[in-house]
Design a protein around this ligand. Structure first.
Ligand SMILES: *[C@@H]1O[C@H](CO)[C@@H](O)[C@H](O)[C@H]1NC(C)=O
Ligand SMILES: *[C@@H]1O[C@H](CO)[C@@H](O)[C@H](O)[C@H]1NC(C)=O
Length: 470
C-alpha cells in the first residue's frame, strides 16, 4: 500500500492554493479533494481565508470591503491570508499534516509570488489550483446559492446578497490575473476551465500532486444518480456464513426479479450500465436487467482469508483473538490471508474515479464494498463505516450535489435475513437497532428513507471530515 508511509515523508508535503474568482466552485473542489484524500487515509485539511478574516472581526463585510482601492482593507485581507498560512504551517509541523488546501482567491500574480516566498521558508513548494469559469449558467447558480454556502451572507436578504455578491465579483475581476503557461512557466499549477472541460497542467512534480490532478480532472458537476444494491439473499447468507461464492436463495432470486421492476419504476427510460463483482451472487442478481453489464474484480467482497466460509460463531470459537481484534479495530483489521476494510478502499479507488466521471451506473455488489463506496459519498468516518447497516433487498439511490449527497432508500418487499453483526457478539441480526436511535451512521440506512449527507464544513474537515459540527 505504502501510500500512508510515503505521504509522511517531509519532502512530500503538499500545499494546494485555490485560485479563482468568487462563485467558480473553489470551495466545492477543495471539499471534494478533502473528502477523497481522507477516504484514502491521507491527512488533509482545508484552511479558509474567509474564516481567518472573520476571526479578525470582519464578519459579513459588504462588497466594498473587497475593493482593492481601499488600502486599509487590503491590509486586513493580507493579514487574513498570512494568518491562514500560519495555521497551515503549524498544522504541517505539529500535527504532521500531509495535504493542506488553502481556500482563497489568490487572484493576482503579486499575491501568488508572495505565497511562494512564504512557502520557501518552510521548504514547501505550493501548487496552485485555478478554477476558471466562463460558463455563466454555472456562475449564476453559485451566486444564487451564496446565502446557503457562505457565512458572510447567511443573514442577508437573498436579493440583496445576490446584488452585493455580484459587485464583489466585479471588484475581484478588476485585478484578477489568471494563470498561464507563459507568464507562470515556473509555477506549479493546474487550471480547470469550466470545472473540467479543459485542463492545463504546468510543472506538476510529485506523485501525490499528480494524484490530486488526476482526481480533479475527473470531477463533474452535472446532476446525476448512482444506484447501489447488495446482491439478493444468498444461500451462505441464510446459513450465516461469510464469503464464499454461493448462489442466491429462493428469496434472493425473487429480489433479482423485483430489482428489474424497481429500476424500471424509479429510473424509467434510463440507459444504465450495471457493474457487478465477479462473484455469482451479484451476477445472478443482475440477470434480469436488460442493460450493458461489466464485471469488476475490484467489487468482490472483502476477502475473509482463512475465515472464508465460516459463521461468526465458528470464527469466535476457532480464532477468538482475531474475532476480538477485528471488533476492536474493524477498519484496519486484516483477516489472516485476507483483507481489511482499508485494503478494500485501496482497490476501490479506480471505481470511485470512474464513478466521478460517469453517469447512470447501477452497482450490484457486497456489504463491505458498499460500505466503503457509501462512506466516500457520504463522508462517513473510517471508525464508523465498517459498522453501517446496509440491509439486503434494498435499492439505494445516491445523488451527488454540490454540497452533499442525497440518499434515497427503497426497500423491496421481499424478506431476507439480516447479515448485520454488532460489535462484541457473534450473533447476527438487527434486533437491537431500535435502541440505537442516536447512532446516526449505524442507523443511516435502516430508519431514514431519505437523507442528505452532512455538508462538509468549508473551513475544517479535519482528518476524517469533521462531522460533529453539522
Ligand atoms: C465554458 O462554458 C461556456 C458555456 O457553456 C462556453 O461558452 C465556453 O466556451 C466554455 N469555455 C471553454 C474554454 O470551454
Ligand atoms: C437562499 O435564497 C433562495 C432564494 O434566492 C431561497 O430559496 C433559499 O431558501 C435561501 N436559502 C437559505 C439557506 O436561506
Amino acid at each position: 500500500m505504502g501510500f500512508h508511509t510515503i505521504s509522511n515523508d517531509k519532502d512530500l508535503k503538499i500545499c494546494v492554493f485555490m485560485v479563482g474568482l468568487p462563485a467558480t466552485g473553489k470551495s466545492f473542489i477543495s471539499q471534494k479533494i478533502v473528502r477523497y484524500l481522507s477516504w484514502l487515509s491521507i491527512p488533509v485539511k482545508c484552511f479558509n481565508v474567509g474564516q481567518s478574516r472573520r476571526e479578525l472581526g470582519v464578519v459579513s463585510p459588504d462588497a466594498e470591503f473587497f475593493n482593492s482601492q481601499n488600502e486599509e482593507n487590503y491590509k486586513l485581507r493580507q493579514k487574513a491570508l498570512s494568518n491562514t498560512m500560519e495555521q497551515l504551517f503549524q498544522w504541517f509541523e505539529k500535527e504532521d499534516g500531509t495535504v493542506g488546501i488553502v481556500d482563497a482567491t489568490c487572484s493576482t500574480r503579486e499575491r501568488r509570488q508572495w505565497i511562494i516566498k512564504q512557502c520557501e521558508m518552510y521548504d514547501i513548494k505550493p501548487m496552485f489550483l485555478e478554477s476558471w469559469c466562463n460558463d455563466d449558467e454555472l456562475i449564476m447558480k453559485n451566486i444564487k446559492d451564496i446565502n446557503s454556502t457562505s457565512p458572510d451572507y447567511t443573514d442577508v436578504d437573498p436579493m440583496m446578497a445576490e446584488l452585493d455578491f455580484k459587485k464583489k465579483i466585479q471588484y475581484y475581476k478588476n485585478v484578477y490575473e489568471s494563470l498561464n503557461s507563459q507568464t507562470d512557466s515556473e509555477v506549479t499549477f493546474v487550471k480547470l476551465i469550466n470545472i473540467s472541460e479543459e485542463v492545463i497542467i504546468n510543472k506538476i512534480q510529485t506523485y501525490l500532486q499528480s494524484r490530486i490532478v488526476f482526481y480533479v480532472m475527473n470531477i463533474r458537476i452535472k446532476p446525476r444518480c448512482i444506484w447501489l444494491s447488495r446482491h439478493g439473499e444468498s444461500i451462505y447468507n441464510v446459513e450465516k456464513k461469510i464469503g464464499g461464492d454461493s448462489l442466491l436463495s429462493e428469496r434472493g432470486l425473487q429480489y433479482a426479479k423485483k430489482l428489474k421492476e424497481m429500476i424500471e419504476e424509479n429510473a424509467p427510460g434510463e440507459d444504465l450500465t450495471v457493474w457487478t463483482s465477479t462473484l455469482k451472487r451479484t451476477q445472478q442478481t443482475a440477470q434480469y436487467l436488460n442493460f450493458k453489464k461489466l464485471q469488476w474484480k475490484a467489487l468482490d467482497e472483502l476477502d475473509a482469508g482463512v475465515c472464508d466460509g465460516m459463521t461468526y460463531e465458528e470464527i469466535e470459537e476457532v480464532y477468538p483473538e482475531d474475532f476480538k481484534a477485528r471488533d476492536e479495530d474493524k477498519y484496519f483489521y486484516r483477516y489472516r490471508g485476507g483483507e481489511s476494510y482499508r485494503d478494500v478502499v485501496i482497490r476501490l479507488e479506480p471505481i470511485i474515479m470512474e464513478l466521478e466521471r460517469r453517469e447512470n451506473i447501477l452497482i450490484i455488489t457486497h456489504q463491505a464494498v458498499l460500505r466503503c463506496i457509501y462512506a466516500y459519498f457520504m463522508n462517513v468516518p473510517q471508525e464508523e463505516s465498517p459498522w453501517m447497516a446496509i440491509p439486503l433487498h434494498t435499492l439505494i439511490k445516491l445523488e451527488p450535489r454540490a454540497y452533499g449527497t442525497k440518499v434515497t432508500k427503497m426497500k423491496a418487499n421481499i424478506p431476507a435475513v439480516s447479515t448485520y453483526k454488532e460489535k462484541g457478539t457473534s450473533h447476527v441480526g438487527e434486533a437491537d437497532v431500535s435502541n440505537k436511535k442516536n447512532d446516526k451512521f449505524h442507523n443511516l440506512l435502516i430508519n431514514a428513507p431519505e437523507i442528505i449527507s452532512p455538508v462538509a464544513s468549508s473551513t475544517n474537515l479535519g482528518k476524517f471530515g469533521d462531522l460533529s459540527k453539522q
